[in-house]
Design a protein around this ligand. Sequence first.
Ligand code: DI6
Ligand code: FE
Length: 402
Amino acid sequence: MRVEQLWSNARLATLRGDLPGLGTVADGLIAASGDRIVYAGPRAEAPAFEARTTHDCAGRWITPGLIDCHTHLVYAGNRAREFERRLKGASYEEIARAGGGIVSTMQATRAASRAELVAQARPRLDAMLAEGVTTIEIKSGYGLSLADEIKMLEAARALGDVRRVGIATSFLGAHALPPEFAGDPDGYVDAICEQMLPAVAAAGLADAVDAFCEGIGFSPAQVRRVFEAAAAHGLRVKLHAEQLSNLHGAALAAEFGALSADHLEHLDQSGVDAMAKAGTVAVLLPGAFYFTRETRLPPIEALRRANVPIAVATDCNPGTSPLTSPLLAMNMAATLFRLTVDECILGMTRKAARALGRLDTIGTLESGKRCDLAIWDIEEPAELVYRMGFNPLHARIFGGQA
Ligand code: DI6
Ligand code: FE
């Protein structure tokens, strides 16, 4: 059988759902034509391939390209000074209530052009790509006006033109209350539902709709209205839920068939059950847990018992998780949340693909899927989770191309 490319002499972690654990193959082969995998599996079971190019992997491990399913990668400025204030004892909520936090990034983001947003996000994206990321979700939420949210989403999409990476965008208009609507959160939610979301949907700029359901964010009743508007425009939803308190946001998200509910430190059993029933992915964000010195752990054991799919993401953002390392996110998920190595790797591949609604095209090594690969200089997959601050990536393949 003629194919364009072969990766031979490789150990594979296929992450296939019909195989146990990481779906490993000791002596594996990947064949690809165009941007698709034609075969991924044991060499002994492969058809006879004739390839234009053969890459000898010298025994290296290949995983699916990593997927970061929750980031706020596009923003302007940074919050290093706020970090120093927090080191002196100020809390994240105090800073937010005093007009810092998300709103200070909003001011910098509004002042930046779309090109400046792309230029500032690019080094962060490059750090992710250097560790094998091939698909990344990017949220809006620092514009908080129609024009500025559109500018952010366009910048996010533009990153997919300047770098070879898959981009999934989420409209997060309901992230914080902009100063124009001080004292009138319901008026801002009206603007989201009646003007911003319809315009974003009409422009095709969002793959999903997100919100921040929290005391310092939006109430469940307000989030419900945003979700109803999303549904009316045919957009899937996801939610920042139960990060700082339990407002039962995850159950609300599940009611709308959400792709994911994210953070979840304060999730209770009824929320777990609702997510299990709806098939909503639990996206854990250990970088934010670490950086805010959170002490309350997400209910990992309850999520496992209920078979809720668990993903892991960086939550890359300037306020609570200035993290651009998917490998460190996995290490933190293991050390801080006690996820197993397999759960961490699944959480940044197959489960993350599911959290983006893209499991049909990415997240595992199998025929028909995109040929998005990460090739690693490691002796066993656990090294991806075990090390801190070391990058063993040998090569990254996106759609069959280096
Ligand atoms: N939760 C978070 O952790 C980030 N957004 C959110 O809703 C923080 C965003 C920021 O502080 O800039
Ligand atoms: Fe977030």
